[in-house]
Design a protein around this ligand. Structure first.
Ligand code: HEM
Length: 348
């Protein structure tokens, strides 16, 4: 091929490329014009509807950003919609009913049956049931739990129950306040369950009397002897404080500290476990709080003042009382308890 031929060939290739580019550009231009026309029409028929843009954003397709980190290229993560549905359609709906119905059932038991009374008169002889350190550990855990429970319930059900009554302005203030309290009290609760566990685990080990206590329905079908803690308390200790306590604390930390580069999916999964476990925990706590306060004569005194009457110990924890009677276990657990009870202390 001579030089003239080569030039002619190059000119032909250039011309073909030019024609091809013009055709593609005009096609793209036509597409863009079509899209913008469609958008203009949409703005007239449905003002502020920017669906195509949001469809692109919600596609989950990774784009470009200068911010560094996992998932930073994805503006909206698609499975967030599934998480939203699980939260709103399942956890809020079924969890709400479980908590509300349990609360109503407890109110009904109180109104129909009333509190469990002592079977005999008090003797005035007292036994130290909890030391001040044990009571402090219990109340730190209990108050932090109640603060978390109340603020958690406001965060999950407030939009449906409180916002229509208080209005959106007051409710948004309350929700922001609840969120802050919840975030700060969470770690305190997590630490309190560890301290509580160490102090109480020894007397929550399985015993022979546990099965008997269960078969007697915890006293519903006749006298149910128990050690220092009965089977109901042990279920609360292991299933509630230990298992659910660890579940809500662990997932709570994942949600409280999003700065460990966890993905949104991890936080969504943590949230589902956190909210579900917390609602079961709150439901169980309603029964415990009832029995520990107005549901049983003499129970609150044990956790408030630290000691119980001989009659109470015999009626509710007979095996423990027998150990004290035989001298196997002391009626006094601390120096301070001995000094407070003085001559009123139970003598085996
Ligand atoms: C705020 C209201 C509460 C009240 C009035 C209350 C009352 C009581 C009482 C009176 C006892 C002593 C029972 C006995 O002498 O056998 C007790 C024990 C106990 N409480 Fe509470 N409590 C409350 C909240 C909580 C919470 C929120 C938790 C857990 C998060 C909890 C966990 C326990 C445990 C595990 C025991 C000891 C039972 C065992 O170790 O087996 N309490 N409570």
């Amino acid at each position: 091929m001579n030089i003239a031929h080569t030039r002619a060939f190059n000119a032909l290739v250039f011309l073909m490329l030019l024609v091809f580019s013009l055709l593609t550009m005009s096609g793209a231009h036509a597409d863009q014009t079509e899209a913008s026309k469609e958008q203009q029409m949409r703005q007239q028929t449905q003002p502020l509807n920017n669906a195509p843009v949001w469809r692109g954003v919600a596609s989950g397709q990774e784009n470009f950003t200068t911010t560094k980190g996992r998932e930073t290229g994805v503006l909206i993560q698609k499975s967030g919609q599934e998480w939203r549905l699980i939260r709103n359609e399942m956890i809020v709906k079924y969890g709400g009913w479980i908590v509300a119905l349990t609360f109503l059932a407890i109110v009904a038991v109180f109104l129909i049956k009333g509190p469990v009374k002592l079977p005999e008169a008090r003797t005035g002889k007292l036994i130290e049931r909890f030391t001040s350190a044990e009571r402090m550990a219990h109340w730190t855990m209990a108050f932090s739990f109640v603060a978390l429970g109340v603020t958690g319930l406001i965060l999950i059900f407030g939009k449906y129950v409180l916002a229509p009554v208080f209005g959106l302005t007051l409710f948004s203030w309350l929700a922001a306040f609840s969120k802050t309290v919840h975030n700060f009290v969470g770690p305190l609760f997590a630490v309190s369950i560890i301290v509580f566990f160490v102090m109480y685990v020894k007397d929550n080990m399985p015993e022979k009397s546990d099965m008997q206590w269960l078969l007697k329905g915890g006293g519903l079908f006749g006298h149910a002897p128990a050690g220092r803690f009965n089977m109901g308390e042990k279920v609360w200790f292991w299933g509630g404080v230990t298992f659910l306590g660890i579940a809500v604390s662990f997932t709570g930390f994942i949600l409280d500290f999003p700065n460990f580069d966890q993905t949104r999916l991890t936080m969504q999964q943590a949230h589902i476990v956190h909210a579900s476990a917390a609602l079961v925990f709150i439901t169980m706590s309603l029964g415990h709080i009832y029995i520990g306060s107005i549901g049983m004569e003499g129970a609150l005194e044990a956790m408030r003042d630290g000691y119980v009457d001989e009659t109470w110990a015999k009626a509710h924890h007979e095996e423990w009382f027998n150990d004290i009677k035989s001298g196997k276990v002391s009626a006094i657990r601390s120096k301070e308890g001995g000094a407070t009870l003085g001559s009123q202390v139970y003598q085996p």
